[in-house]
Design a binder for this molecule. Structure first.
Ligand code: ZN
Length: 296
């Protein structure tokens, strides 16, 4: 058996040399796995819709099929589209992340922005640094400012989300690969990790119903429930896919995933106010500079 071949048996995860063999121009036979005797990849004969349904149901076989046995060239398009969707949710102040920040930082509605806010039963005593960053998340009144500011805010959130995802991927991939280097299993390339990430991130599409049909009348509890359920599902999908990808122990994967998520959201929480203040300073510098010019 060739160890460096890239295909994997979808049933047991053992390496396979080929998915099928051809005998003549019209005869094609699916390869059997040498370890478990099952068909290496039954999904190559399946309709893509079936594969998608199995992916939604978190079937390990379907996940192995996409990550190891297909080209999946469009993963980077998926990566960008889903990053835009995530940014859109945060920018609209409509995601689980925003609900947590609004509740933690005590940010409520203003005249133009509908803020989902959950009253906490206990008074939080936040450290000074956290409170400073909280102020950076308070939405500005968007009545009197032009659309350009709105648009610019989207770019700021985009950068923040991108930084969060970078930290997340670096932490997951870095720590699992580092730990696995000791146990000397097969290597997982960064491209394959990104493919797995994009595949798992598709669960983000489940936020769409609320983003599209949610309105001012939707109660905060409904929003919280919807986003919390989506998040729970998404977390489970990520967990399953990373276990399939890295073949790492479940407990370790769970810990790494939880820590990486925490780091991702901390990064986003810190970076957005940082870019906003940076921008305000530069803006006010320009203002003073131009007013000084006018005086002379
Ligand atoms: Zn097998």
């Amino acid at each position: 058996m060739i160890k460096n071949s890239q295909f994997k048996c979808v049933n047991c995860g053992a390496f396979a040399e080929a998915l099928y063999r051809t005998y003549g121009p019209s005869v094609l036979k699916l390869t059997k796995c040498e370890i478990c005797n099952g068909i290496v990849d039954k999904y190559i004969e399946y309709d893509p819709v079936i594969v998608m349904i199995d992916l939604v149901l978190m079937s390990k076989e379907a996940q192995r099929h996409v990550i190891f046995n297909t080209d999946f060239k469009a993963y980077w398009k998926l990566f960008i589209i889903l990053m835009l969707l995530e940014t859109y949710g945060v920018w609209r102040n409509d995601s689980l992340f925003n609900i947590v920040i609004n509740s933690m930082c005590d940010i409520k509605n203003n005249s133009t922005i509908n803020t989902t806010y959950i009253g906490l039963p206990i008074e939080l005593s936040l450290p000074e640094t956290v409170r400073t960053n909280c102020n950076g998340w308070v939405q500005v009144e968007k009545d009197d400012v032009d659309l350009f500011i709105w648009e610019k805010d989207f770019y700021i959130q985009f950068l923040s989300t991108f930084a969060g995802i970078l930290v997340f991927m670096a932490m997951v991939h870095g720590s699992i690969v580092a730990i696995k280097a000791i146990s000397s299993k097969q290597k997982v390339s960064l491209v394959r990790a990104l493919k797995a990430y994009s595949l798992a991130n598709c669960s983000l599409l489940l936020t769409l119903p609320m983003l599209v049909w949610g309105n001012a009348d939707t109660s905060p509890t409904t929003r919280l429930l919807h986003y919390a359920l989506v998040y729970l599902y998404s977390f489970t999908v990520f967990f399953n896919i990373f276990v399939v990808l890295y073949e790492s122990p479940r407990m370790l994967t769970l810990l790494v995933l939880a820590a990486s998520y925490l780091m991702k959201y901390t990064t986003m929480f810190l970076i957005t106010p940082a870019i906003r203040t940076l921008h305000i300073y530069r803006h006010s510098d320009e203002m003073t500079a131009s007013s000084q010019r006018r005086e002379f």
